[in-house]
Design a protein around this ligand. Sequence first.
Ligand code: ZN
Length: 186
Amino acid sequence: MIITVPHGKCPRGSVVRQCDERANEVALTLAAFLPEASVYWAPSYRVEGDLNRPETRQWGWRREIQAEVERQVAGGNRVVLFDIHSFPDTSTSFGVLPPSGAVPQLVILDQPSMPHTALARQITSTTSVSLLAVLVASEINDITTQARAAGNVDAMLWEFNESSTRITHDQIGEVARVFADYARAN
Ligand SMILES: [Zn+2]
């Protein structure tokens, strides 16, 4: 199991948003439920280069992740990779959910070739998070795209709403528990 946080490194005291402000919090919580997972924290700021894009695939951090993916695939187990992000609480981020018009609390940028609708349903039926959007990801989300190409890899990209009025620390814990159960069951 692998957890990646490509946009989690935040400059201190910045007024302008330059990172995924709650991604580290989510990854820490998830890692607490999945101590066997390897966690990869962004070593550089997003302004230096987007670590989730094809153009940074040859950077050391990306090579380390992919090497671990390939090691785990070679070990014969199904590999589950959670790529963790967060987004600002505005309708321009991922739109709104009809008919409520609410900004989602949680978004999965899913691949039609490897859908996670059952996992999404598990979250909305067993946690207090109800505003969940399943959107189709772009192949440009390169950590998950590259990992899936390595073989038996279930790689998925989750976006958590950054506003504490949308998703609380406790709700992050609820979702992390579902993720952990899913990763262990697969
Ligand atoms: Zn991000």
